[in-house]
Design a protein around this ligand. Sequence first.
Ligand SMILES: CC(C)(COP(=O)(O)OP(=O)(O)OC[C@H]1O[C@@H](n2cnc3c(N)ncnc32)[C@H](O)[C@@H]1OP(=O)(O)O)[C@@H](O)C(=O)NCCC(=O)NCCS
Length: 212
Amino acid sequence: MPLLRTPRPWLRRPQAGSAGESSAPVPAGQVATSLVGESTRLRPLRSSEIPILLSWMRDPQVGYYLGRLPFPIPWDVEARWLEESLADPRVQLFAIETREGRLIGNIGLHHLDPAAAQGELSIVIGEVDHWDRGYGSDAIRSLLRYAFESLNLERVHLRVYEFNQRAVRCYEKCGFQREGTTRAALYRDGRFYDEVSMAIQKRQFLAQEQSG
Ligand SMILES: CC(C)(COP(=O)(O)OP(=O)(O)OC[C@H]1O[C@@H](n2cnc3c(N)ncnc32)[C@H](O)[C@@H]1OP(=O)(O)O)[C@@H](O)C(=O)NCCC(=O)NCCS
């Protein structure tokens, strides 16, 4: 199968400002590229920015959708998870900036698997006043372009709680399709909520990019 013979660039990552491959390896866990969309720019996340990410996760309006409330995970556990993610070669984390340079969120690919050519997408627009203005979908499209054209993934998947209709709508706009449901995945306020699995394949994404 041709895909398996293709080099996997997360083992040999692109250099800053380039969407292509390079022979110089970048240290594990670091992303060395900048992805420019219509309204956002994705750039490598810095470990010095972890406190900002934590403050977003702690914001009740944001944390509600991440399943962390009403029982927030301890600060040091979250911080350690983010530190480990930044150092993990199977994870690529980006900061989301507006084109004017304001940091508004983060986006990433997790569980990157060379054999399976797939990864799991995560996204948080932490600045709530920036929701519903198209930044999330723009950042996702940039990340998908990178995932399929530079990392040569075959499939990107994600999980979202059923009550997060804003996120579901955003993912559908980007071409994700529902694949399944994990029932009673979250217990909150005396009831259980389902979690929806969604995914997009490379050929689907490229076709929708071509059709504009
Ligand atoms: C989910 C998130 C990434 C989306 O980013 P965003 O910039 O707000 O998304 P966009 O503006 O690109 O798209 C949102 C869409 O949802 C729609 N929407 C908003 N609230 C909605 C609701 N209650 N029901 C249905 N659609 C809704 C918006 O109108 C918009 O659709 P449109 O462009 O057709 O009008 C962002 O809101 C966020 O980070 N939320 C908190 C954390 C989170 O939920 N992360 C994802 C966990 S899986």
